[in-house]
Ligand binder design. Structure first.
Ligand SMILES: Nc1ncnc2c1ncn2[C@@H]1O[C@H](COP(=O)(O)OP(=O)(O)OP(=O)(O)O)[C@@H](O)[C@H]1O
Ligand SMILES: [Mg+2]
Length: 267
């Protein structure tokens, strides 16, 4: 008999209700654990369909965690709360206002008791990894940074801890289009280096199709997983690939699916 395939994240009949009102309903999926290549899952769905809820269930964050029924498993074990194997990047730039860029990025290492000198070196390396300038930016405070720069700090702060699973909730939603494309390129590069599994929520169909290995589409509230679509990997720069006819054809197909959902209610 073959051993069961190891999964990095599994949802088994997961439903969540708040005060009796269903938010997500009977969600089932498995993402295989492939240590040499983490999968990139992009999640699309109408507002209120439970995308943030789904990420927070994986992260083990209350009040979305625990599910009302069903099981959320990471590496075949039920999630029992937050853990170092999972890192989250939110839409609003969640840095500490009273810490410099360097100290924000080093925060997780500080919590783990990494000595100051090593912390500083690794934080500086990550300042460079996310395309910021060590000499110019390390000692700045968040209010001195643009939105794009703050989001680079937020990404560095999470990735420095090398989580196996990276959860990103509309991280580029507030950025202007040009900055957004360069952040997409940066993310592809960092993700390839880290070999992590990524769950990435977005409202942009282009962003989902560009970044994803697979796109999950949730139905309108209460969210069900209604489509899993395999899409070509991002093997060319965002600006280039997102202008190609094949790419745009796929974007329009998925946009049609979502527009139909937004016009329907499912209660
Ligand atoms: N703490 C909470 N208490 C009660 N209801 C909640 C709570 N958090 C979320 N909900 C409800 O759950 C539903 C799904 O919310 P969720 O934030 O997961 O949606 P979403 O798909 O991320 O939406 P958006 O695209 O607007 O971010 C919404 O109807 C919301 O009102
Ligand atoms: Mg949300």
């Amino acid at each position: 008999m073959q051993p069961p395939e190891e999964t990095i994240v599994e949802f088994a009949s997961v439903s969540k209700s708040f005060g009796g009102a269903p938010v997500i309903r009977d969600i089932n999926f498995k993402v295989a654990n492939r240590p040499d290549h983490g999968e990139f899952i992009a999640i699309l769905g109408p507002s209120g369909s439970g995308k943030s809820t789904l990420l927070r269930l994986i992260a083990g964050l209350r009040p979305h965690f625990p599910p009302t029924t069903g099981a959320v498993k990471v590496l075949n074990k039920p999630v029992d709360g937050p853990g170092a194997d999972r890192g989250m990047v939110f839409q609003d730039y969640t840095s500490f206002d009273n810490r410099t860029v360097e100290d924000n990025i080093a925060f997780g290492l500080e919590c783990k008791g990494v000595p100051a000198k090593e912390r500083k070196e690794r934080a500086r390396q990550w300042i460079a990894n996310v395309g910021l300038n060590v000499a110019a930016d390390a000692q700045k405070y968040p209010h001195q940074l643009s939105g794009g720069m703050r989001q680079r700090v937020a990404i560095a702060r999470t990735l420095i801890l090398k989580p196996r699973i990276i959860l990103m909730d509309e991280p580029f939603g507030a950025l202007d289009p040009a900055i957004r494309l360069s952040m997409q390129d940066l993310l592809v590069k960092l993700w390839r280096d880290q070999e992590a599994t990524v769950f990435f929520v977005t409202h942009s169909v282009e962003e989902a199709v560009y970044l994803g290995d697979r796109v999950y589409v949730l139905s309108s509230s209460p969210g069900r997983l209604i489509r899993e679509i395999e899409v070509p990997p991002p093997d060319r720069p965002a600006r280039e690939m997102q202008r190609e006819a094949e790419f745009n054809k796929l974007v329009f197909e998925i946009r049609d699916i979502i527009e139909k959902l937004e016009g329907s209610t499912d209660r």
